[in-house]
Design a protein around this ligand. Structure first.
Ligand code: HEC
Length: 98
C-alpha cells in the first residue's frame, strides 16, 4: 500500500516534469516561425547589449561555427540574459558564423 503510494507520487512528479518540458518545446516551436524574420535583428541587438560589457563586440563571422561553440559555452553564462535570449543569441551567432 505504502509502496504503491510512493510510486504514484513519483509518477505524478515525472508526469509534471514531462508536461513542463513538452510545454516548453511546444512554446519554442510556436515561436520559431515568428522568430525567423526578426530573429537575426533581435539576436544582433541581444549581442550588442550583452556581449560588449567586458570587451569589444566580436562579430559572428570572426569565428567558424566549430570555434564559436566552446567560446559560447564560456561566454553566454557570463551574461545575465534570459534562457530565451540565450537561445536567440546562440542561434544568431552560429547562423552568421564563418
Ligand atoms: C563578464 C565579462 C564577459 C562577458 C559578459 C562576455 N565576455 Fe567574452 N570574454 C571575456 C573575457 C575575460 C575574455 C578573455 C579571456 C577568456 O577567453 O576567457 C573573453 C573572450 C571572448 C572572445 C575571444 C575568444 C576566446 O577564445 O577567448 C570572444 C569571441 C568572446 N569573448 C565572445 C563573447 C560573447 C559572444 C559574449 C556574449 C554572449 C561575451 N563574450 C560576453 C569576458 C566576457
Amino acid at each position: 500500500m505504502m509502496a504503491k503510494n510512493i510510486f504514484a507520487i513519483k509518477a505524478n512528479r515525472i508526469l509534471t516534469i514531462l508536461c513542463a518540458v513538452s510545454f516548453m518545446a511546444l512554446g519554442l516551436l510556436a515561436c520559431a516561425p515568428k522568430a525567423t524574420p526578426t530573429g537575426s535583428i533581435e539576436g544582433k541587438a541581444i549581442m550588442m547589449g550583452a556581449c560588449g560589457e567586458c570587451h569589444r563586440i566580436f562579430l559572428p563571422r570572426e569565428y567558424s561555427k566549430a570555434e564559436w561553440r566552446p567560446i559560447l559555452e564560456r561566454m553566454i553564462p557570463l551574461t545575465s540574459l534570459t534562457p530565451e535570449e540565450k537561445i536567440r543569441l546562440q542561434d544568431y551567432i552560429l547562423k552568421n558564423s564563418r
